[in-house]
Design a protein around this ligand. Structure first.
Ligand code: ADP
Length: 552
């Protein structure tokens, strides 16, 4: 479906605003009738028939018309902006909602900068097509119709002369339209690539500094920035050719009117006043034509942006076959039977993995990196969909459990404990939105995090910075353990920290983890022998297969 039609439903939600905008636009446009008529009368009656007493009323009429025109215009801008901002808001909100529902493998293949560009810039560009397109397009076409009608009333011959360049203008516009899309696509893509580099580099500024790769990164940034420059210049170059070319053709209309009209006045077929009015009308005719060209430009840019927005909307969201099944309380008996999986069909990652964890048990997964340990646990939260075998929780197949219910019953504590840019309390409440301060302190205490949170300048209400940069690795880890404690689910997934923390910190974290694992089914990706010691089962994983199982 064309991009234009796809945005229409968003616009249709605001019929009143749409009507008010269009009404002001149309009424304002109709005021163009007044001034040519006033001019004609000034020339023919005030000057021609020597009736100076008519001058003032005629000017007053002109003044009223201009005042009304611009008053309506001002209202139109206000309505238009409200209309526009609401549509952008809705479009963005729906796009965001959809992005959240997309499966993880979708994100694996995208850069954050690209997604941000689409959500922020492309949505704005797309919406301009619609609002400006509908409103200004309607106004411009209306003005062309009204003015041509008036011209016809004055003199059909002269009208034909004035309209002579129109077919050429239409041909020019068509050529521009047909070729513009590729140029705009390229430009949107270049902007997106630039945003991606920027996002990546800002997130990795510490690495850039420690590897002293500022110059290399700057060069990479400039290279991408240069692509934006070139793509934008290509867009501008064709506009530089198109727009003045079309202006030139329009001016020919005026010259033709001058030639034909003057000949008619000399031959006595036309009043001078009518000729002067005709000049004014010809200007009024070509001014909206110019606006239509501008609109065409906005339209082409919007179309390229719209394709990018709707590409996201069209990506299939996560499937939840279990959505209609009842949410039964989870005890925590987990079983994998011959589970196979691959991220890329050509490269199988897990081969018929079977394991069983009874409620409250601790299962440790050990083995070399890349063996598939994280992949096994990722399947349990359904970050990725296993391709063969079956996983059950308390005997219920995983796919028959509503996804949100499943995820509510599992806590994941990873190595790089991700903290959001907010306060300690905000980060903890992700685990339990209604948590009271007392509950938060309790969780912090169990996670050995109470002391350092108390030392933060504003305690629970201290800002932690992006990704929690204001905390140490060990502190971040303990906060994320406290968050999982607040969530209090029957199943726990733990990707144990390998980060080199000192032994004192390690002990603090270990204690916190011991509290966290109490009375839960825990899957621990273990890197330290100390964790494995308490495990009910240890599974050794090699190249996607369990090669050994047993106890410490
Ligand atoms: P481990 O946790 O044992 O270190 P992983 O489960 O992370 O191993 O990885 C197993 C294999 O799957 C590796 O070969 C890795 O390259 C691949 N892999 C992991 N995550 C992805 C992903 N998101 N997309 C594609 N391949 C992946």
């Amino acid at each position: 479906m064309p991009v234009f039609l796809r945005v229409l439903p968003y616009v249709r939600r605001y019929p009143l605003l749409a009507f008010a905008t269009l009404f002001c636009a149309v009424a304002g446009t109709l005021m163009v009738i007044v001034f040519p008529a006033v001019t004609q009368r000034i020339v023919d009656e005030v000057i021609g028939q020597h009736r100076p007493e008519r001058l003032f009323p005629l000017i007053a009429i002109g003044l009223a018309a201009f005042a009304a025109q611009n008053g309506l215009n001002s209202l139109r801008i206000v309505f238009n902006n409200h209309f526009e901002q609401r549509v952008i808001f809705d479009l963005r909100s729906e796009l965001y909602a959809h992005i959240q529902k997309l499966p993880l493998h979708w994100f694996d293949n995208r850069s954050t900068g690209d997604i941000m560009t689409r959500l922020i810039e492309d949505v704005t560009n797309l919406e301009r097509v619609l609002i400006d397109g509908i409103e200004q397009g309607t106004v411009a076409i209306l003005q062309i119709l009204v003015v041509s009608g008036l011209m016809l009333a004055y003199s059909p011959w002269l009208t034909a002369a004035a309209l002579a360049p129109i077919p050429f203008l239409a041909a020019g516009a068509l050529i521009y339209t047909l070729t513009a899309r590729a140029r705009y696509r390229k430009q949107r893509k270049a902007v997106s690539a630039l945003n991606s580099i920027l996002h990546d580099n800002i997130a990795g500024i510490r690495q850039i500094k420690t590897y002293t790769s500022e110059e290399r990164e700057h060069a990479r940034f400039d290279e991408s920035s240069d692509k934006v420059r070139i793509a934008t210049l290509t867009v501008m170059k064709s506009w530089a050719l198109y727009q003045p070319g079309m202006e030139f053709l329009s001016s020919l209309g005026l010259l033709i009117v001058a030639g034909v009209g003057t000949t008619q006045v000399l031959g006595g077929q036309l009043e001078i006043g009518a000729l002067v009015a005709f000049f004014v009308l010809t200007r009024y005719l070509y001014e909206p034509v110019g606006r239509l060209h501008q609109l065409n430009q906005i339209f082409q840019s919007g179309r390229a942006a719209g394709e990018r927005v709707f590409e996201i909307m069209d990506s299939a969201s996560e499937v939840d076959e279990g959505a209609d099944h009842p949410c039964k309380p989870v005890c925590g008996n987990v079983a994998y039977r011959d589970v196979s999986f691959s991220y890329d069909p050509k490269l199988p990652v897990l081969h018929e993995v079977s394991l069983e964890a009874r409620a409250g048990e601790m299962v440790a997964l050990v083995g070399p990196t890349g063996a598939g340990k994280s992949t096994i646990v990722n399947l349990l939260v359904r970050f990725y969909e296993f391709t063969g075998g079956e996983i059950t929780i308390d005997g219920t197949p995983l796919r028959e459990i509503p996804k949100h219910h499943l995820r509510e019953n599992i806590a994941v504590v990873t190595q790089e404990s991700f903290l959001f840019n907010g306060t300690t309390a905000e980060n903890l409440r992700i685990g339990k939105p209604a948590a009271t301060e007392e509950e938060m302190w309790q969780a912090l205490r169990a996670a050995n995090a109470e002391d350092f949170v108390r030392r933060l300048p504003k305690g629970l209400h201290s800002q932690l910075g992006e990704r929690g940069v204001k905390l140490s690795v060990g502190e971040k880890q303990r906060l994320s353990i406290a968050r999982a404690l607040l969530k209090n689910p029957p199943i726990l997934i733990l990707d144990e920290a390998t980060a080199s923390v000192d032994t004192a910190t390690e002990r603090l974290i270990q204690e916190a983890l011991d509290h966290l694992m109490e009375n839960r089914t825990s899957f621990v990706i273990a890197h330290r022998l100390s964790t494995v010691r308490h495990a009910n089962q240890i599974l050794v994983l090699e190249r996607g297969r369990i090669t050994e199982r047993g106890r410490h």
